[in-house]
Design a protein around this ligand. Structure first.
Ligand code: FMN
Length: 207
């Protein structure tokens, strides 16, 4: 079974600018190709439909991952032009893989895109295993699923992840968790407002 790599993916938007989002492609041992499993509603998917090239990055920057997951990046981090494709490489990453999408499997909720690696490179060293960074990855994934997960369940998970971040994280991991917690609180407020305005509609949306 192929491993899933939690990564940051850059794609090119219709106006030629860069887009950044966390995605978890499947990767085979030699990393010559990735299988991206994308919700067609994502901007990354739409960008790849128009321009089927991008860059998958390995990073330990949990704060950047959290910001990108919930659309909280005020501006993109420094990028440089990719070498073999028309795309963008994050200057501050550990490894990167420039890819071209070779095939699309549009069955199922998530479409499977086979991405062939056409160039790869290395940046700085990877920090190493850190529980707080991994806790942020988990919290960020939950934060992107608030439209279908019960918020009380997510809040309970966040409470457990907070213990790990407090024990093992640095300032960036603390900032990332606070950002995600604020995002959760805002979502809770919006749901409460919708329930007050129209209880049936709010219940249907959560289903
Ligand atoms: C670590 C991580 C992995 C994710 N993996 C995927 C994925 O494989 N496919 C997907 O469609 N969304 C995935 N998401 C959710 C997207 O990042 C999220 O929906 C994001 O808002 C999409 O951004 P975009 O619409 O700007 O492309 C992941 C989120 C995180 C935090």
């Amino acid at each position: 079974m192929a491993l899933i790599l939690e990564a940051l993916v850059t794609t090119r938007q219709a106006d030629g600018s860069a887009h950044l989002a966390p995605m978890g492609p499947q990767v085979e041992a030699d990393a010559t190709r990735f299988i991206l499993r994308l919700f067609p509603t994502s901007q990354t998917y739409q960008n790849l439909r128009q321009h089927p090239e991008g860059v998958i990055h390995i990073t330990d920057d949990a704060l950047l991952l959290a910001q990108a997951a919930i659309g909280a990046l005020r501006e993109l981090p420094p990028l440089r032009t990719a070498e073999r494709i028309r795309g963008f490489v994050l200057v501050d990453c550990c490894r990167y893989f420039e890819f071209v999408v070779r095939s699309w499997d549009c069955r199922g909720e998530r479409h499977r895109l086979t991405a062939e690696v056409v160039h790869r490179g290395r940046g700085r060293d990877w920090f190493g295993f850190n529980r707080a960074k991994h806790a942020i990855v988990e919290a960020a994934i939950l934060a992107t699923r608030l439209h279908f997960l019960p918020h009380a369940e997510v809040a309970a998970e966040f409470a457990k992840l907070r213990v790990i971040v407090e024990k093992t994280g640095g300032p960036e991991e603390h900032a990332a968790l606070e950002l995600l917690e604020t995002h959760l609180r805002q979502a809770e407020k919006q749901t409460a407002m919708k329930s007050a305005a129209s209880p049936r509609l709010a219940a249907e949306e959560r289903r």
